[in-house]
Ligand binder design. Structure first.
Ligand SMILES: [Zn+2]
Length: 114
């Protein structure tokens, strides 16, 4: 288990990474807390890539605070020397997102394909 805190916009995100709890093919179980109530869990797979390190983030389905079901979603993240990019709507709109941030933290934590 590994925990990192990183600044994200005006606040922080807390990242919990468990390298032992992931199912076959997945490298890491990640929980990301941002803000007071927003928490998401992901399986993260490291994907071979000719450029930088690529990740597949599979966000678990969950019930929202209003008890509405939120379907699982998959995002692809690529971390290169020039920066990190992600396939999510947030990154397309704002040029950054928490998935890209977390991917960089996972590399710092020693995430390796298995
Ligand atoms: Zn993203």
């Amino acid at each position: 288990m590994c925990m990192k805190t990183a600044s994200y916009g005006k606040s922080n995100i807390e990242v919990f990474a468990d390298f032992d709890a992931a199912p076959a093919g997945m490298a890491v179980l990640v929980a990301v807390k941002s803000g007071k109530y927003d928490e998401d869990n992901y399986w993260v797979e490291l994907i071979p890539s000719d450029w930088g390190q690529a990740f597949r983030f599979v966000r678990h389905g969950k019930f929202s605070r209003k008890l509405e079901w939120v379907e699982p979603e998959t995002y692809e993240v690529l971390v290169e020397d020039s920066g990190a990019s992600c396939s999510c709507k947030g990154h397309a709109r704002w040029g950054h997102c928490k998935h890209a941030k977390v991917a960089v933290l996972l590399i710092e934590a020693g995430a390796e394909p298995k």
